[in-house]
Design a protein around this ligand. Structure first.
Ligand code: ARG
Length: 585
């Protein structure tokens, strides 16, 4: 039997075809297919209700006609039952489950199936995007790990992904940084920890301007010189950017985060006049007290709260460069979709940016790409307030990652004291970094979450250690039996799942595509996390209920087949989320 990767999509198509056969208005009928409560089936179509209601038809009668008109191949795939006022529940047949599970025999195969989800779409994903010369702290980690996961997932699902690190490399901070560099530099401190020293210079310059008005003038003069293209200051600006980029790169390497481009704010400097001119001539921007602003009369707040796109002193700001960025991503990258990740505090900025760009592009005959501000909540300390060190400073990311590996090392040593130390260190690094990452991904990104070492490093619950451990458990089944999970001979002759635990596990496996679809359309990795957690739970129940290595070759093969696919999907999912999986722990 041939079954497609995305069974939900296949059923959706079948229902639309059946609607045509049954003489329904196919343009008005949406099957509204979703996953069902497992007690009722695998999928449920609710669309008959609204369709029938709008036409004053009996929904159960419509549902019956629809089910009768389903193509024969669908009847092989699942059984359909009409429930309640006219829902249709579909339960995959054991034969279809076997066919699906057998077909998904490699990452390449999964990827080929998933490619239909976003095939042909070009996404620009703007993530991480820190400001030059500032330390990365715990607040930066969320955008990095969610961004990286989103990029991997979209690419896995067929999209062409362009990753852009939109560094904040042009701004008023450079007046202080350059002045500080010229007057207060400690060269050896700079050599040993550039970001630390740059941050110290910034703070010292800031303090100096507050103490002495003459210094304030000197700082301003440095900024003006930089903006006017003074060679000495431009060279210093380049130096500062390179130093800071080097420090960022170290963390990106540690967290396995990648970019195709690092087009910072400064890249857009020469592209701003066009933005001002076009927005003014389109009648969207107006002068207000010397500044150039855009209002949105139809919006409850933005009709009075201006989007300032050029400051009254003529200088560019965050909005100016972001408008130029929208244009560049649309015209140069020919993006179908743009996603920008920042925390939720920038919601207004991006709403105004999207509204303004949409109108601007409409006036100038450009296609407006789909735009998503992928916003996220804050990470809170256990006291429910923004997470800080004891002295009240933000926690540096480097320190956080090091602490994660140290804490994981203690745990791993408790669990497996006999493993060689080098291996325990390696496991600890995967578990520690994985725990930080997974904690960020497993929460709905819109919510704040409370950071707790005990919680994220726990081997119970929806955590990285739990999932990484589940992977090693499946691996150990094969290891103990002397088998290779990718070797098809171990699973040859598998029969269709039969026992309740086998069926439940196979059904869970077959909804992997649904979790990919949810995750990539909403750009919310927690859907995939929840799925993987549930899959690992289903595996645990299966493993508690059934012996895998039994004498009967058909039963052994079908159970090994389920184990092999659990392993494949768990590992694929965790890799997409950016976790490194382990053979044992
Ligand atoms: N540098 C900004 C910040 O640290 C984030 C930039 C996000 N991207 C953008 N195109 N605005 O807040």
């Amino acid at each position: 039997m041939h079954v497609s990767f995305d069974l939900a999509a296949a059923l959706d198509t079948a229902l639309r075809t059946a609607a045509g056969t049954a003489g329904m208005d196919v343009t008005a009928f949406n099957p509204e297919l979703r996953t069902a409560d497992p007690r009722h089936g695998d999928f449920q179509a609710n669309g008959v209700l609204s369709y029938a209601k709008a036409r004053k038809l009996n929904p159960r009668a419509v549902a019956e006609q629809l089910v009768a008109a389903l193509p024969a191949s669908t009847q092989e795939l699942c059984t359909a039952a009409i429930a309640g006022p006219g829902f249709i529940n579909f339960t995959l047949t054991p034969a279809a489950l076997l066919a699906w599970v057998q077909a998904q025999n490699s990452v390449e195969h999964l990827k080929a199936g998933a490619a239909s989800l976003h095939h042909g779409q070009r996404y620009v994903v703007d993530f991480s995007s820190p400001n030059t010369a500032k330390q990365l702290h715990v607040g930066h980690v969320r955008g990095m790990v969610i961004g990286e996961a989103i990029c991997r997932l979209l690419a896995f699902c067929g999209a062409e992904v362009i990753r852009d690190n939109h560094i904040g490399d042009w701004g008023t901070q450079f007046g202080k940084l350059i002045w500080g560099y010229k007057h207060l530099l400690d060269a050896s401190a700079l050599a040993s920890d550039p970001l630390e020293e740059l941050e110290r210079l910034y703070k010292a310059a800031d303090a100096a301007t507050k103490a002495d008005p003459a210094t304030l003038d000197a700082v301003r003069a440095e900024l003006v010189k930089l903006q006017a293209g003074d060679p000495e200051n431009l060279a210093l600006w380049h130096t500062i950017i390179a130093l800071s980029a080097g420090a960022f790169t170290e963390i990106y390497r540690l967290l396995d985060i990648h970019f195709d481009h690092q087009l910072g704010e400064s890249f857009y400097n020469d592209k701003l006049p066009q933005v001002y001119a076009e927005l003014a001539s389109a009648g969207l921007a107006e002068e207000s007290q010397g500044a150039l602003v855009v209002f949105h009369p139809e919006h409850p707040r933005f009709k009075t709260q201006p989007f300032i796109i050029r400051k009254s002193d003529g200088a560019a700001n965050y909005a100016s460069t972001d408008l130029a960025t929208m244009l560049y991503r649309t015209e140069h990258f020919r993006a179908d979709a743009i996603a920008v990740l920042t925390d939720a505090r920038q919601a207004d900025h991006f709403e105004q940016l999207a509204l303004t760009t949409q109108k601007w592009f409409a006036k100038t005959g450009r296609q407006f790409p789909r735009f998503t501000h992928v916003s996220f909540g804050s990470i809170l300390g256990e006291d429910g307030k923004a997470i800080k060190t004891r002295s009240g400073d933000p926690i540096k990311l480097k320190a956080l990652l090091a602490e994660a590996a140290d804490r994981a090392f203690i745990l791993v040593t408790e669990k497996a004291p006999d493993l060689p130390e080098a291996e325990r260190r390696d496991i600890a690094s995967a578990v520690g970094l994985g725990a930080i990452r997974y904690a960020d991904l497993a929460q709905n990104r819109s919510s704040d979450y409370v950071f707790s070492w005990d919680k994220i490093l726990s081997f119970e619950g929806n955590t990285a250690p739990y999932l990484l451990y589940a992977v090693t458990r499946v691996r150990s089944i094969f290891r103990k039996a002397g088998l290779d999970p990718t070797d098809p001979t171990a699973t040859a002759g598998a029969t269709a799942p039969e026992t309740p635990a086998e069926l439940a596990l196979a059904r869970k496996l077959a909804t992997f595509p649904v979790s990919l679809q949810l995750t990539t359309t909403q750009l919310r990795p927690h859907f995939l996390c929840t799925y993987l957690y549930e899959l690992a739970g289903e595996f645990s129940s299966f493993y508690a209920a059934e012996k895998v290595i039994v004498d009967d070759p058909a039963i052994r093969a079908r159970r090994l087949l389920l184990c092999a696919r659990v392993l494949l999907i768990l590992e694929t999912g965790l890799h997409l989320l950016g976790l490194r999986t382990l053979a044992r722990m």
